[in-house]
Ligand binder design. Structure first.
Ligand code: NAP
Length: 300
């Protein structure tokens, strides 16, 4: 079976693209290697999605998934290991087999960044987490740190503020990337202490469980006893499944035009993986709609 459109990634961009493609009665499937909803599904609280004044990422993404599936978008939980060009389109080598498609939309989002410290991997799940909404409840009345200065870090603090006894917010610079409104809100919480500029030099452990961190705070070495650390230090693009060249910016994000067309014919990209300045669920959805629409109206 040859698909009209194969979508790589079932986050906000990919699922929305699927909705638009499917409404034109084209044969479409979304390939997702992990869980639907991408990073958006891990966002504890969302207050800037139009018409949903307060929601959480998981609920929003569950609704989006249901909408796409009800329209007939097939979701295949399989990793795309290789994407190659053929004479009449593309072939995707996935963990569930080979699939041919006339057109492809890359909506695979970005990969969560890790600090890369010695025992980070070993302590993940034993005090270190990358997802406050997944693991936050394990830290009731405990002392935790959130690391990062972007909107994700602030969202994590928001989520943890009524669970943890104390939260250290640690950022490597005095300046935060997060919006001022969100940042000022968390500055007002009594159980939040902001430490900047500070970097973690070591995760301390006892018997395979995190007990604290060594930090460098403005040139001074310090130790903080902790029960948990939530790392929210952003994400980076990774598209190593591509078997051909594509135009990317200097940071590795895919360059697209206004139609979400990449430098390769019939290959589109949308969401966090594209080169842009503003990464939000709302514009990921809008780009997905554009990419889907482009697939409908472009020549084969
Ligand atoms: P981000 O905006 O890229 O912020 C990453 C933060 O981690 C920055 O403070 C960065 O510091 C720091 N960082 C990066 N590498 C580090 C390292 N090795 N060690 C220590 N700190 C490090 O990432 P994000 O917060 O995940 O947000 C990603 C995108 O999603 C953004 O566009 C954001 O606006 C959006 N988002 C929006 C919402 C919302 O509106 N509700 C919620 C979540 C995310 P530097 O500043 O020094 O680089």
């Amino acid at each position: 079976m040859k698909l009209d459109v194969a979508i790589i990634g079932a986050g906000p961009a990919g699922l929305t693209a699927g909705i638009f493609v499917r409404r034109a009665s084209l044969k479409v499937a979304c390939f997702e290697k992990l869980a639907f909803g991408g990073q958006a599904a891990l966002t504890p609280a969302i207050d800037n999605f139009p018409a949903y004044p307060t929601t959480d990422g998981f609920t929003l993404m569950q609704n989006l998934l249901n909408q796409a599936q009800n329209l007939g978008v097939k979701i295949e939980y399989a990793a795309v290991n290789k994407l190659s060009k053929t004479k009449s389109g593309f072939v995707l080598e996935t963990s569930a087999g080979k699939i041919e498609a006339k057109k492809v939309i890359i909506a695979c989002g970005c990969k969560i960044r890790r600090l890369g410290l010695d025992n980070e991997e070993k302590l993940t799940g034993h005090g270190i987490s990358y997802c406050a909404s997944c693991d936050g409840s394990f830290f009731k009345n405990k002392v935790v740190a959130v690391v990062g200065g972007g909107n994700s870090a602030i969202a994590d603090v928001e989520y943890l503020k009524n669970i943890a006894k104390k939260i250290y917010l640690i950022n490597r610079r005095d300046v935060f990337r997060a919006g001022e409104f969100q940042l000022n809100k968390v500055k007002g919480y009594k159980n939040v202490e902001i430490i900047t500029p500070a970097t973690i030099s070591k995760f301390c452990e006892n018997g395979g469980t995190l007990t604290g961190i060594d930090i460098n705070h403005n040139g001074h070495a310090k130790h903080i006893n902790l029960d948990g650390v939530f790392l929210a230090i952003g994400a980076y693009p990774e598209i190593n499944f591509l078997d051909f060249e594509i135009n990317k910016d200097s940071s590795g994000y895919i360059i697209v035009d206004n139609n979400m067309q990449t430098s390769v014919k019939n290959l589109y990209a949308c969401g966090d993986i594209i080169s842009k300045n503003f990464r939000q669920i709302i514009n990921a959805c809008a780009e997905g709609a554009t990419a889907g629409n482009s697939c409908i109206y472009s020549e084969n």
